[in-house]
Design a protein around this ligand. Structure first.
Ligand code: 1CP
Length: 358
């Protein structure tokens, strides 16, 4: 079978759960769709079993394994959307930077970008083509889902990727990155431009392979003040949203950048904005003026509360957001120490929410 026939065959399968797509179209629903950021991961014993057998990039680069891990939270927790098991760092890797994943410690890039000369080591052309294993995983997962729930594809936002590419790994402050952007503003712009062009091709290819929705994670944009945000983050997100939106609805997750909500909600191609738990839902609605759907924002730490308490907190959260253009989710990723029953309590509380009770 050629790629084209596979795509046509896949799209022919009718989606049985359209809640996420309806919420993205700003429809009012009886209850919102629910999924959890980082839902495929270390809090699930079934994930840990595969993690013991295969290293991180083997799990990511083997479509059968990525597909199996993507389906785990659908089968075990019952979420309304699947998100492809992959990582944001596959893009810098495809651009030619070495990326190691140290189990338990996170990503480590031994030769980060330090100045203009390092840009010569990076290859934007063909980077999106090198990620064909991601498109294969999407096609396989689409077939395995058989229309049960929509599939979310994703990428890191250019600024967040730049943070890892310059700092060489995770950090609380990304101080090397902040100094780099100040010392070499032109090099930073050049790097962001090149990441953006790869990301646009990459996300459109994900949509063509069968991703129903695209999310862009700007996990570190909260490091930027409004002025820096307007140069280092927003222009690139705007280019991505505009280019990708004709292919799939786009959700942005600008973690920690509440000041950017009015701007992002007026940016062409943005269907939804994910918000973290530091912002009150009513304020988020006010800042975004009903122009986009909102996603979030349950404090991931609250998943340690009792299932009964989680249920109450979820009900209050949905009451506060309302059921028009709303996607229930966490305010950031689920942590590995959350009991599976508590994750299930969160999801079930959303599914059992009903307007009729009000
Ligand atoms: O959400 C899902 O279930 C899909 C899988 C997924 C996604 C969307 C993974 C698997 N990673 C990501 C995105 C990702 N990766 C982000 C954006 C979301 C966020 O802010 O949480 C970021 C910042 C990364 C980078 C990364 N990869 C980190 C964080 C490092 C830091 O700065 O502290 C880590 C620990 C990874 C590895 C990783 N990626 C995914 C998993 C399950 C893991 C853990 C690997 C393991 O130990 O099993």
């Amino acid at each position: 079978m050629t790629d084209t026939t596979m795509t046509i065959a896949d799209t022919a399968v009718e989606l049985q759960n359209e809640l996420l797509l309806k919420a993205l179209r700003l429809e009012t629903l009886d209850r919102p769709p629910v999924w959890m950021m980082r839902q495929a991961g270390r809090y699930l014993p079934e994930y840990m079993a595969l993690r013991r057998k295969y290293d991180f990039f083997t799990r990511v680069q083997t479509p059968e394994l990525a597909c199996e891990i993507t389906l785990q939270p659908i089968d075990i927790i019952g979420v309304d959307a699947a998100i492809l098991f992959s990582d944001i760092l596959v893009v810098p890797q495809a651009m030619g930077l070495e990326v190691n994943m140290e189990e338990g410690r996170g990503p480590w890039l031994p030769s980060p970008v330090q100045d203009a000369s390092d840009l010569k080591r990076l290859h934007a052309e063909e980077a999106a083509e090198k990620l064909s294993y991601v498109y294969d995983a999407i096609r396989l997962t689409r077939r395995a889902l058989n229309g049960r729930v929509p599939l979310i594809g994703f990428a890191g936002a250019p600024f967040t990727l730049l943070c890892y590419m310059v700092d060489g790994g995770g950090s609380k402050t990304f101080s090397k990155t902040m100094a780099f952007c100040e010392t070499f503003p032109d090099v930073a712009q050049q790097l962001l431009r090149s990441i953006t062009s790869v990301t646009i091709d990459y996300l459109i290819a994900q949509a063509h392979a069968g991703a129903d929705v695209i999310q862009v994670f700007d996990s570190w944009s909260g490091l930027l003040d409004e002025q820096a945000y307007s140069q280092l983050s927003h222009p690139w997100l705007a280019m991505i949203a505009e280019a990708v939106a004709p292919h799939a609805p786009v959700i942005l997750f600008p973690k920690g950048s509440n000041h950017a909500l009015p701007l992002l909600s007026q940016t062409q191609g943005v269907s939804a904005i994910g918000i973290d738990w530091t912002l009150d839902p009513a304020q988020a609605r006010q800042l975004t003026g009903g122009r986009v759907a909102l996603q979030g924002n349950f404090n991931p730490q609250w998943l340690h509360h009792s299932p009964a308490q989680i249920r109450q907190e979820v009900t209050a959260m949905i009451d506060a957001f309302g059921t028009r253009g709303y996607i229930a989710n966490l305010g950031h990723g689920i942590t590995p120490d959350v009991p599976v029953d508590h994750a299930r309590a969160f999801v079930n509380a959303v599914k059992e929410y009903s307007h009729a009770e009000k």
